[in-house]
Ligand binder design. Structure first.
Ligand code: ATP
Length: 312
């Protein structure tokens, strides 16, 4: 006898933050955007997104980074749900979205993109849509250049604006420490500063470096620490000079490498083990140069549906 299960009333997913192990910025295109080459790694610092059937659309945010997250239709999770509903012509679409926000806002860790990716997958499941993975990825790219990677997770090369993903041969688990700032940095402002500081008009076409590919293939955290590079680091330092002291402090306390994550202001440090990561957290906290520290392992999976949906 076959049983037909009722559709879920509510779906919860968890979505990881990302760090850019490498971020190369190429020439400015006619569309006003730079061609990028980046190596993303998903790390175990998660937002949880819950979607519940409702009479009207709404979004609420809880958790340590709930402040500064827009509560209306500007919220990326809401935009994602509405885009999917329109695209798939879902009737009775309204959902109440709840975001438990553990990824810093405007921290260069793709928190908003993570929520958009989470909302897409949660709504797909809630509405019983069986979508082709490529179709979902295309919608993700429409929402933002980091959204496809947040869906996929793991480690990947991103090109274009970061939305075109290619797999990377990688092994190992990496232990990161993140020095967080209480005030975010705006991504467009950091790119604006990159343009202001870049006087060389012959910026080369960006591509992943052999050193990064070799390091990831070897699974050696020391090699990865040496290969970390971010073209947005100097612009971020220029806008927020105090970040240079944070990077210096982490390296002085024995990190294998350090880098501004994405457009900052989060500073990511690579360590050799979870004990090493804990020691670095303690040293950075005691130093007083950072607002807050946290640690996480990578790579981790992209969006994951959590068990236990309530049913109608
Ligand atoms: P990236 O690393 O992709 O450049 P980021 O981590 O620097 O992104 P986000 O946390 O994604 O930055 O936030 C960027 C802006 O997006 C915020 O200023 C905020 O107003 C807006 N935003 C919209 N929806 C969300 C959301 N669900 N969570 C966080 N920010 C959001």
């Amino acid at each position: 006898m076959s049983t037909v299960s009722a559709p879920p009333r509510s779906v919860t997913v968890r979505v990881p933050a990302k760090v850019n192990c490498e971020l190369r910025v190429g020439p400015l295109g006619a569309d006003g955007y730079h061609e990028l080459s980046t190596v993303f790694m998903a790390v175990g610092l998660y937002d949880e997104v819950t979607v519940t059937r409702a009479e009207r659309w709404s979004v609420t945010t809880t958790g340590p980074y709930a402040a500064h997250v827009p509560s209306g239709s500007d919220n990326l999770a809401m935009r994602a749900a509405r885009l999917l509903a329109r695209h798939m012509r879902v009737t009775r679409a309204p959902v109440a979205i709840r975001i438990d926000k553990n990824i810093p806002v405007a921290g260069g860790m793709a928190g908003g993109s993570a929520d958009a990716a989470g909302s897409l997958v949660a709504c797909e499941h809630l509405w019983g849509l069986r979508m082709d993975r490529d179709e979902l990825m295309e919608l993700a790219a429409e929402l933002g250049s980091d959204v496809p990677f947040c869906l996929a997770g793991g480690i990947a090369i991103g090109s274009g604006r970061g939305e075109r993903l290619a797999p990377v041969l990688a092994r190992g688990t990496y232990h990161w420490v993140f020095a967080l700032s209480s005030q975010g940095l705006s991504t467009p402002e950091v790119f604006g500063e990159f343009d202001r500081l870049t006087t060389d008009i012959s910026v080369p076409q960006p591509e992943p470096s052999p050193a990064m590919m070799t390091a990831l293939r070897s699974g050696d955290p020391e090699a990865l620490g040496d290969a970390l590079v971010n073209d947005l680091q100097e612009p971020a330092f220029s806008l927020r000079p105090a970040l240079r002291a944070v990077l210096d402090a982490g390296l002085e306390f024995g990190a294998l490498g350090g880098i501004i994550s994405g457009s900052g202001p989060t500073v990511a440090f690579l360590t050799g083990s979870s004990e090493h990561a804990l020691d670095l957290c303690v040293a950075l906290t005691a130093s007083g140069v950072v607002d807050q520290v946290t640690r996480a392992k990578g790579p981790v999976h992209g969006v994951q549906i959590l068990p236990g949906p309530t049913r109608e």
